[in-house]
Ligand binder design. Structure first.
Ligand code: V47
Length: 372
């Protein structure tokens, strides 16, 4: 029997959700603002099970951050450093290949590659990095560069965005991660990332990539100075772009971690808000196939519960994450495959290992008692 909600607005939204109708901006706001988290979670779970049944996806991946040198000074970030900072680093190409191969087993199916906006590393350098990685690890999917990095390289080296994307695709870039979207609202961007491309430019680069056959993810950074209206506006702008291109594969809400950033005074997000962000996204983003509860950011505990609040993905083993750990994340640097399986199974879901394009990866489980 369906539950009856005290909040009349939620009852009307639930009818729309059951009928598979698109939700409006006002519906989104009502979902974001209600304290009835269980009602929102119930609806999101309905949609999630309609789309993916009982399956929770995970992958076996490694993050590579070739440099933390960044010309931008975004207040949200604890990762980027100025070139003159003695603690800043930039890997040589050999170091990138070494890092990629460290602990490499046949298990790794994806390298997630993002870095700062380095003033010296040029388009050729990145092409060489991509082709060098492909040569050494031909079976590994290269999910590389945010829209922000692409737009920066285009501007810095006076090359059209389309040309940068074309060259990277030819060199081996298979798809793009969803970072750098933050919150599209300009007032908020001026506070948290005033040196970054604006929201429309982020969307334009994403749409161009999609039209060139390069799929990407998308994100939203929440829990800083944004309002509920800003969050729903962000989701609707992603939904509109997706109507146009169909190129977003997965949406990942990212909770702001204030430690070691100029916004250190901002309180950390709560479990309530983290779960709400997953559930509202599942309901609003009716055209984006997957919602990821990124355990590094939400903690494995919340990412596990999120599997019953709209999420169908928990990300992967990750291995050596820097961006969140520089901002005070207390989660570990990587999760073992067995631990991911335990989290998913305990939530009553069936773990399915996927590659970046959500093809199932078949494994001999017995071979995974030690590695990864
Ligand atoms: O672009 C930076 C955010 C993003 C902080 O596509 C911060 O599969 C919180 O995009 N507190 C990088 N967030 C992470 C990212 C991502 C992660 C996992 C999977 C995928 C995917 C993408 O993290 C940045 C920025 O939006 N970020 N600093 C901070 N202090």
């Amino acid at each position: 029997m369906d539950p009856v909600f005290d909040d009349r607005r939620l009852q009307a939204i639930a009818e729309k959700v059951k009928a598979g109708e698109r939700l409006s901006f006002d519906d989104g706001l009502a979902l974001d603002e209600t304290p009835d988290l269980l009602a929102v979670g119930w609806m999101a779970n309905l949609v999630r099970e309609r789309l993916h049944g009982n399956v929770t996806f995970f992958n076996v991946n490694r993050h590579i951050n070739p440099t933390d040198v960044c010309v931008a000074s975004c207040k949200l970030c604890a990762f980027g450093k100025k070139a003159r900072d003695p603690q800043a680093y930039t890997m040589s190409l050999d170091e990138v290949y070494f890092r990629a191969g460290e602990g490499y087993t046949e298990a790794v199916t994806e390298f997630h590659i993002v870095g700062g906006l380095h003033p010296e590393l040029n388009i050729d350098w990145f092409c060489e990095m991509l082709s060098g990685l492909k040569q050494r690890f031909p079976k590994v999917h290269l999910k590389a560069f945010t829209m922000v990095e692409i737009a920066y390289l285009a501007k810095r080296f006076k090359t059209p965005i389309e040309e940068v994307l074309r060259r990277f695709k030819e060199a081996g870039m298979d798809s793009m991660p969803g970072g750098g979207a933050e919150i599209f609202n300009e007032r908020v961007r001026r506070v948290i990332c005033d040196h970054k491309i604006d929201g429309s430019e982020w969307l334009d680069v994403a749409k161009m990539a999609h039209k060139m056959g390069i799929k990407s993810n998308c994100t939203m950074l929440y829990g800083h100075v944004e309002t509920a209206e800003d969050r729903i506006d962000h989701l609707i702008r992603l939904r509109e772009a997706q109507d146009e291109t169909g190129g977003f594969v997965t949406y990942i809400p990212l909770a702001f971690h204030p430690d070691n950033t100029p916004l250190e005074h901002v309180p950390k997000t709560t479990g309530f808000m983290d779960l709400k962000s997953i559930a509202v996204a599942r309901l609003m983003l009716d055209n984006i196939p997957h919602i990821k509860a990124y355990w590094v950011m939400m903690t494995p505990k919340i990412a596990q519960i999120a599997q019953r609040f709209g999420a169908d993905d928990i990300d992967g083993t990750v291995v050596e994450e820097k961006i969140y750990h520089d901002a005070g994340a207390e989660t570990s640097q990587g999760l073992r495959r067995g631990e991911l399986l335990r989290l998913i199974r305990e939530a009553g879901r069936e773990p399915v290992e996927r590659d970046t394009q959500y093809n199932r990866v078949e494994r001999d489980e017995a071979a995974f008692t030690i590695v990864v």
